[in-house]
Design a protein around this ligand. Structure first.
Ligand code: PMP
Length: 443
């Protein structure tokens, strides 16, 4: 397997030569919060797949729902002219789940990047339907991550995901991230930084002209860019700014949806009603690829009342509302609610964040610690005073060290990202912290 993997698989987000030098773990099994590799080593998966396996690897209700749906109807799309019972039930469930955010309809997709692409397209189309077709531009955050399609990549705020694919789509502009450890203002107070970023938004909107801007797209808590938790005033202030200038707000909840932050959505965490939400990942807890763009009442009503020629949707996927994915999602969401995983994310998250703060006190290599609920990041530095970011070698050593101690972590740049399954126990929080402690001692 190792040899064939090296020869035939091109791994996303990795350099082929580096993958030869540092071969991937070949995962053969999963149980509860743990995965087993091809050598038979079992580790606690502190990555939770890729932020998605909230229920862990042994959810019988989800597995049974998938098997039953395969038996009943393995495939039909909710495309033009057809629909299926699981798709309808799931859309109903999502409208209920996200009623506090004002969502009324689901546009089903195959994953997070598709959900972002759909939201960006619908945002442009919305303004055409409203007779304001000049509103085409997007504002996003530096350090934001919105997937790999050209629209999402254009919204991404990390050079590593952009530079090899340029020119990206025109009309995307990036504001400073709510990142207190490093920012152009040298502002360490989150509330003050939030105000400065809002001012930067105002300046950019004045410069571009509000009549040219379709939407702001943002993660309520930035994930892949390094888990940046903004001040509680930030997202409400972005909402107010959008209202002032007649701009749509798209919340990319691909990571923050379904309890990871301790709230059922990142928007709800901050008390915000976006105009559209992008969801994927934990919607099926990773058991099947599925996503959705959720549409708020204002956008839905404009399309429903459309008298122009602009309202027809020229966008969709073969696997829009795959019935097996929808059945998996219905079971996963029912389990997520039954187990109240948001409450567990709050309780275990508080223990995790407290432990991470102690690791920062103890280990010089930990420059910054961030997180909320069961999403966390440790930023490693080779020099605390200058904040010099840890290099690839050091990060790889940290990951290997943690793995040797029985915990899988994820490295992204100089950040260690933690997003364990939301079924995590208090003991397992301590296992993660203990493994990191030992790994850092070895650096
Ligand atoms: N948006 C956010 C916030 C994400 O974190 C991700 C994936 N990490 C995506 C979009 C893209 O999702 P996918 O990988 O399922 O296409």
């Amino acid at each position: 397997l190792r040899e064939q993997n090296a020869r035939h698989i091109w791994h996303p987000m990795a350099h082929p030569a580096e993958m030869q030098a540092n071969p991937p773990k070949i995962i053969t099994g999963g149980k509860g919060t743990c995965v087993t590799d091809v050598d038979g080593t079992e580790v606690l998966d502190a990555v939770g797949g890729l932020w998605n396996v909230n229920l862990g690897y042994s959810s019988d209700p989800v597995k049974k729902a998938i098997a039953a749906q395969l038996d009943q109807l393995p495939y039909y799309s909710a495309f033009r002219g057809t629909s299926t019972a699981p798709a309808i039930e799931l859309a109903h469930e999502l409208a209920d789940w996200f009623a506090p955010e004002g969502m009324v309809r689901s546009f089903f997709t195959s994953g997070g990047s598709d959900s972002v692409e759909t939201a960006l397209r619908l945002a442009r189309q919305y303004w055409k339907v409203r007779g304001l077709g000049e509103k085409t531009k997007f504002l996003a955050l530096k350090k934001g991550y919105h997937g790999t399609h050209f629209g999402g990549a254009s919204a991404n705020g990390n050079a590593n995901f952009r530079r090899n694919y340029e020119p990206l789509m025109p009309g995307f502009f990036h504001m400073p991230a709510p990142y207190t450890y490093r920012n152009p203002f040298n502002e360490t107070d989150p509330a003050a930084l939030a105000k400065l970023i809002i001012q930067a938004f105002e300046d950019e909107i004045a410069f571009q002209g509000a009549d040219t801007i379709a939407a702001v797209i943002m993660e309520p808590v930035l994930g892949a860019g390094g888990v940046m938790v903004p001040h509680e005033s930030f997202m409400p202030a972005v909402r107010a700014l959008c209202d002032r200038h007649d701009i749509l707000l798209i919340a990319d909840e691909v990571v923050t949806g379904f309890g990871r932050t301790g709230a059922w959505s990142g928007s709800r965490l901050w008390g915000v009603k976006p105009d559209m939400m992008c969801i994927a990942k934990a919607i099926t807890s990773g058991y099947f690829p599925l996503g959705a763009t959720l549409i708020g009442a204002k956008v839905a009503e404009a399309f429903e009342a459309d008298k122009t020629s602009f309202g027809a949707i020229g966008h969709g996927y073969t696997y829009s509302a795959h019935p097996v994915g929808c059945a998996a999602a219905l079971a996963a969401l029912s389990e997520t609610r039954r187990l109240d995983l948001a409450a567990n994310a709050r309780a275990r998250g508080a223990e995790l964040q407290a432990g991470l703060a102690k690791l920062k006190e103890k280990h010089e290599v930990v420059g910054d610690v961030r997180g909320i609920g069961l999403m966390g990041a440790l930023e490693l530095v080779s020099d605390r005073a200058t904040k010099k970011a840890a290099d690839k070698k050091m990060m790889a050593k940290a990951a290997e060290g943690a793995y040797a101690e029985g915990v899988m972590i994820r490295v992204s740049g100089s950040n260690i990202i933690l997003s364990p399954p939301l079924i995590l126990s208090a003991d397992e929080v301590q296992i993660i912290l203990g493994a990191l402690d030992k790994a850092f001692a070895g650096l």
